[in-house]
Write a protein that binds this ligand. Structure first.
Ligand code: COA
Length: 637
């Protein structure tokens, strides 16, 4: 297996000094594709797929031609897959952003005793946002370094530049990720405050001076009062952004015919971020309920319309203490969202509110309410969007569970990668719930490369299947054999992880081959019209590790109607699992999945404890050695 040599791939012309993402060897990808799918599809189907893949990869065949074209592309692009990936993963996806696409970060529950407590929190948070933004603008954020597998490598910082400057513009067929280019004299920066489904412009810079916390508080108080005036309330236009992308694009094209609407849209599209001051939800604020409220805002008569989903960062501050961030995912990954959120929580803890000491600006211009002209057509769009959001709210089945049996420390003590172990546990759980394994997505960061985003670790390995089958047939197989199978599954998972983070996984590569054929207006290669390919990208299990060092957790919805979203946050002595699915699917149940997962994690722990006494490998470090050697220096030993 060829592994990237850092020096070989380094692009000397790139200021970040990071290497370019390599294009994996064609044959390696095709072999892995067959290996990844062979045990997930019926034998008959595999028999049809194998010759299709072989034909594609034959000498002088279509695969070789497309590979050559991809290699050429990689020479003149900083990252050969970036545009293809962005379109495929996000921009051409027509599903509504809430639940289906936008992950959320749930903050610790706050105890606001009064409205001024809430506004004080909001002013403090906005102060932190402005600080963080100036760090990004001044290129003063410390460079992130990889942790865990292949630790120590610097990571690409590009994604940070997009946190407060991007906007996802809906389009009839495909969206556009608009980026505001920073100029020498940036125009005044503003935040949009959503309150009671109304949108207000809060200038963060007035007369070249950044507003201090006291000023921000004063402005927020004024906004709150303006939002309370019932006669001035306008329809909840934000609901349109919660609709399918094509529907929202259509509604937007009607909306912009009016100049008032155009001006309002322009203010929202150019803002730094949104701060959504939510009404009390009226529900008990359990972890699960807070996750639900962040994901969709509750019913449309609650805070569902108090959002603008196209903007990457929406800080939600509920009067009942339910707080967090909703993130439009196309400009950056969850890890960047975590970094920003953690900075803010630390800022708020470490820098006491400066409301009392700061001198307020004498005459602050009043914040402005954004106006909308709603034609009957827009009213009809709003009714349709509200219905759709209501259905999404009813449909989402969420379970946030803190597994307290053990955490990553126990797993490390077994000399296993915690991430690989958790992935195997998720496979075990799926098997126990459904009696089979399915194509699984685990995000693997490729930020070691220029403009790197993610590739996929296909965790439903044949080795994982062998292990989960053995666990299911518990009486016939000895613990020592099961332990051996667990080691094999963990090794396979760790090996795939390393391939993925070094740019050698198969999903981006196959996507590149498919898209370059399209770009060259060639007939779609049979490999991509084959049923197996469609199955391979229907990710029934969509998983992601999003670890935090502050008390908070990330969650998201499933990516297919009959699937699960499973986000996990491993801590020293516990693991937070956020499992989502859709109630409309008869196949799935988040509660059942979580309950089963707890059992599977316990069984795996028992096995490890027994394995350590009965079937301890001669040297457990050696068990992982094949990987460790690749891991340490990034090249095959
Ligand atoms: N024995 C003992 N300890 C081990 C071990 C072993 N065999 N293997 C790993 N560990 C340790 C690591 O050193 C690390 O230690 P640390 O906590 O001190 O840093 C820890 O266990 C975690 O390592 P591991 O569980 O292997 O995972 P990882 O941190 O390498 O993460 C990925 C793996 C795939 C999750 C990570 O590479 C990645 O890509 N993360 C980004 C995911 C992402 O983008 N999420 C957001 C999507 S929106």
């Amino acid at each position: 297996m060829p592994v990237l040599k850092r020096e070989q791939a380094r692009d000397v012309g790139d200021p970040s000094g990071l290497p370019k993402l390599p294009v994996p060897p064609l044959q390696q990808t095709l072999d892995m594709y067959l290996k990844c799918m062979s045990h997930l599809i019926p034998e008959e189907q595999f028999k049809k797929t194998k010759p299709i893949v072989e034909k594609f990869g034959a000498p002088g065949g279509m695969g070789e031609f497309l590979q050559k074209k991809l290699l050429e592309r990689s020479e003149h692009k900083a990252n050969w897959v970036y545009d293809y990936w962005l379109e495929d993963m996000y921009l051409s996806n027509r599903l509504a952003l809430p639940v289906n696409s936008s992950p959320v970060m749930v903050f610790p529950k706050q105890n606001f005793r009064s409205q001024s407590d809430t506004l004080r929190f909001a002013a403090h948070l906005i102060s932190g946002v402005l600080e963080y933004k100036s760090l990004i603008d001044g290129r003063a954020l410390p460079v992130d370094y990889a942790r865990g597998q292949l630790a120590g490598t610097p990571l690409c910082m590009d994604q940070y530049n997009k946190v407060f400057t991007s906007y996802r513009l809906p389009g009839p067929k495909i969206d556009t990720l608009v980026a505001q280019k920073s100029t020498v004299m940036p125009e005044p920066e503003h935040i949009i405050v959503a309150c009671k489904n109304q949108f207000f412009v809060l200038d963060a810079v007035i007369n070249f001076r950044r507003l201090n916390e006291k000023d921000l508080y004063t402005q927020l108080e004024r906004i709150r009062k303006m939002a309370d005036i019932e006669e001035e309330r306008l329809p909840p236009i934000g609901l349109l952004t919660s609709d399918g992308r094509t529907q929202w694009a259509e509604a937007r094209s009607v909306l912009i015919k009016d100049s008032t609407n155009r001006d309002s849209l322009d203010m929202i599209e150019r803002c730094l971020c949104l701060v959504c001051l939510d009404e009390p939800s009226g529900t008990e604020l359990t972890d699960t309920n807070r996750a639900l409220l962040m994901l969709h805002g509750g019913r449309t008569d609650k805070n569902g319309g108090n959002r603008w989903y196209d903007k990457p960062m929406q800080f939600v501050i509920g009067a009942d203490g339910c707080c967090g961030v909703v993130c439009e995912h196309s400009p950056f990954e969850g890890i960047v969202l975590v970094q920003c959120s953690e900075y803010l929580l630390r800022y708020m803890r470490g820098s006491p509110s400066k409301l009392v000491r700061a001198a307020s600006m004498s005459e602050l211009p009043a914040p402005r309410r954004l106006r909308w002209k709603c034609s009957p057509d827009i009213q009809a769009f709003l009714t349709a969007s509200a219905d759709k959001l209501q259905r999404l709210v009813k449909n989402l089945d969420m379970n946030v569970n803190k597994f307290t049996g053990y955490g990553k420390e126990f797993i490390k003590k077994q000399k296993m990668s915690p991430d690989a172990y958790i992935q195997v546990a998720l496979q075990f759980t799926f098997y126990r719930c459904h009696g089979r394994l399915v194509p699984t997505y685990e995000s693997a960061s490729i930020r070691r490369f220029q403009e790197g985003r993610v590739d996929n670790i296909r965790s439903s390995t044949p080795e994982a299947l062998a292990f989960v089958k053995a666990m299911a047939n518990s009486s016939k197989i000895t613990d020592a054999e099961k332990m051996e199978l667990l080691w094999t599954a963990i090794k396979a998972q760790t090996k795939y992880t390393i391939l993925a983070i070094t740019g050698m996984a198969i999903d981006n590569h196959l996507l590149g081959l498919r898209e370059i054929a399209k770009e060259l207006k060639l007939e779609k290669p049979e490999l991509f019209s084959d049923t197996t390919y469609a199955t391979s990208i229907h990710f029934i299990l969509s998983t992601s590790q999003v670890p935090t060092t502050e008390e908070m957790f990330c969650c998201y919805g499933p990516v297919v109607p009959n699937g699960y979203g499973a986000c996990y946050n491993p801590q020293t002595d516990h693991i937070i699992f956020c499992v989502s699915s859709f109630r409309e699917s008869a196949e799935t149940s988040s509660d059942l999945f979580v309950k089963t997962l707890e059992g599977c994690l316990k069984e795996m722990q028992d096995l490890c404890i027994k394995g350590n006494t009965e079937a301890k490998p001669t040297d457990s470090t050696e068990k992982m050695d094949g990987n460790t050697k690749v891991m340490k220096n990034g090249s095959k030993s």
